[in-house]
Design a protein around this ligand. Structure first.
Ligand code: PEP
Length: 256
């Protein structure tokens, strides 16, 4: 089933607005649960209230980050069991964390493994910078990121592992990737999954596209044969725009 994931980043700044947005998403997702999986990723402080509101809605909840240790003296961090108490999903390795918080491939790999070991679904993000894209080295960069993360995964994890291909230059820029480029990179990712954790896993792991997905371009990604959905940032903060993205995804996969 396709996954449409809403990364709210560090928005909105008050709980009432967050809950209004959740109500909008619940209205969108109603009746779609057997056609498309919808997951929202609000900031940590809103997770408890959002979790209460989502009961029986079919909409899944996720956190935007997690630490790799299970407990201990790690000020400011949130453990996988804490996330698991409220959420079904977590995002790891988002490019904004790699860029602003210095997350390395090794840290992303540890987070991925720790979250999977607690039965969380993990959206592990990879993607090249504009310089890599311009230099034609996207494949090498993405391949290194995927290989590093998968080094700590096994075939047993594949049903709960999602890899989001998000070219960094496309995130929040309004410059979405050419679908052909996205397709080639997703094909590469699936090949690496097959090499590293087996052919069965390569079929099960879902691969998303992310980077300036909007209502008017989502179809060009979700209709790609290897694409299992989208990770949406900015456009997920507008309930109508997000509704359209969910609807298009559901229709395209309904015809597959
Ligand atoms: C993201 O935050 O993962 C993202 C893809 O953002 P945007 O849709 O705003 O480019």
């Amino acid at each position: 089933m396709p996954l449409v994931a809403a990364n709210w980043k560090m928005n909105p700044n008050n709980l009432d607005d967050a809950l209004d947005l959740v109500r909008g998403v619940m209205a969108v997702a109603r009746g779609q649960a057997d056609r498309v999986e919808v997951a929202i990723f609000p900031p940590f402080p809103w997770l408890t209230a959002v979790s209460d509101l989502l009961v029986d809605s079919g909409v899944k909840l996720g956190a935007q980050n997690v630490f790799w240790e299970m407990a201990g003296a790690y000020t400011g961090e949130v453990s996988p069991p804490m996330v698991k108490a409220l959420c079904q999903w977590v995002i790891v390795g988002h490019s904004e964390r790699r860029l602003h918080l210095g997350e390395t491939d090794d840290m992303v790999a540890r987070k991925t493994a720790a979250a999977l070991s607690c039965e969380l679904g993990v959206i592990m993000c990879v993607g090249e910078l504009a310089d890599h894209y311009d230099a034609g080295t996207s494949d090498q960069v993405v391949s290194a990121q995927v290989r590093a993360a998968l080094a700590r995964c096994s075939a047993d994890d594949s049903a709960r592992l999602v890899i989001a291909y998000e070219p960094v230059w496309a995130i929040g820029s309004g410059r979405n990737a050419d679908p052909e480029h996205a397709y080639k990179t997703m094909r590469l990712i699936r090949k690496i999954v097959g090499e590293m954790i087996g052919a069965g896993a390569a079929r099960k792991v879902r691969i998303l596209y992310g980077g300036s997905v909007k209502a008017d371009n989502v179809q060009s990604y979700v209709e790609l044969p290897l694409c299992d959905g989208v990770l949406v940032g900015g456009a997920s903060l507008d309930a109508d725009e997000f509704a359209h993205i969910v609807k298009v995804t559901s229709e395209v996969y309904g015809h597959r």
